[in-house]
Ligand binder design. Sequence first.
Ligand code: ATP
Length: 209
Amino acid sequence: MKKDNISDAVIRRLPRYYRHLDDLHSKGVVRISSSSLGERMDITASQIRQDLSCFGEFGQQGYGYNIMELRSEIGHILGVDKGHRLILIGVGHLGHALAQNFNFSHMGFHVDTAFDISCALIGSSINGITVHSLDELDDYVYAVRPEVAVLTVPKKAAQGMADRLISLGVRGIWNFTNVELSVEDADVFVENVQFADSLLTLSYRISQK
Ligand code: ATP
């Protein structure tokens, strides 16, 4: 598999490919041409071929792609078969909603543990995820080695918590705190989820007419 210098734009399109292929697979579709997949995703067939060529050879000229195979190849590239372990930090409204509703296992993440400082939450369980005291975080991370943390703590606690998690060896932070985290370590990745930015982009577009 070729994998050098994959652009960020290609990496950002991979989850979309995976989602569409997953949907087609669940509907029992077996094959799809790059042009039909492109129509569905509103991108060109040549863009798809170019993106996939970064990772190897997929599909057959004239036959299109076998959906199950391509879904599993892209899933493999995305790491959904790695069984990454994930923890939730902060189980307020947002953390609770994610614990309750987000299908982490479908994305290949294993999560059964959350941390919070609230006595009212410690010891409770949400959708099979048990909330532990933050005092237990270090021992847990040393023992279990989760690679990813979902950060849903208040803004004021965000950077300190990120620093603590990184010093414990966590390599990925799914950041819902609306704080632009400062991270020095090049082996640590932060994905920011900014609901407000998305809504304001929509606001801009509807305001231009
Ligand atoms: P949100 O909708 O953002 O979750 P909220 O009003 O439910 O907001 P916040 O005050 O944002 O709650 O706190 C989120 C959760 O983080 C709460 O359950 C709170 O107990 C917990 N929390 C606060 N500080 C920390 C911290 N330093 N470490 C871990 N959890 C914390």
